[in-house]
Design a protein. Sequence first.
Lengths: 143, 114
Amino acid sequence: MSFHLKLVMPSHPRYLSIARAAVGEVGLVHGLPEESCHGITLAVDEALANVIRHAYKGRHDQEMELNCRIVEDRLEFTLLDQGEPPDPARICGQPLDEVSLGGRGTHLIRAVMDEVCYERVPRGNQLRLIKYLPVSKAGVDKK
Amino acid sequence: MDMESRMKSSTRTEKGTVIVDVVGQIDMGSSPVLRKTLLDSLKSTESVAINLSAVRYIDSSGIASLLEVFKAARSSEKRFVMFGVTGAVLQVLQLTRLTGIFEICDTEEQAINA
């Protein structure tokens, strides 16, 4: 049986700590080093915060969905919301050498994750974040 | 501790420096509170130090708040320094390439006396 975690939560910052705890543990259980576990936790948290801040414009009563699956050699996180589509310029992030106050979340996501893919799907906005598992652990899971 | 934000902060003064001790997680829910605490502290003194040794998590909104305080200190010719920067906090500062921007001290003593 393969692993699949699904969290459906209101778009309120109070629930972000639950998502962080779950994501960190999933990484640990599947053999990611501690620093990588913190990295994927940060990336998913930043992506959810972006949903609250940008897709839902700060509204706290909307629905956001986080799915986490192990697919062969990788951890795959899928975020789904029914808010405004993201600004393409924001998805690209901003140069990190500027001491500006915002826009670092997207850079953090891209710095940590191996693949980042946004799609507009029938259910809304879908962001897919992929982190490859260490080779030895992925091999064990396949058996 | 604020159960919504999972962060707690308190302030004390050592040798004229206001030290803000932070415990818990700094995220988009708690960073506005921390930002206000730091900016208020900066108004009342020439030097503010933030103790991050008990912070287990910080996100980009927390980093943005620290940057805002850093800029406010610089524009008013005051001092904003951080210490206890380890683990998760250090990783985020490195990922955002800000370790060279902030004044970071190893210990509280250094933060007060520097």
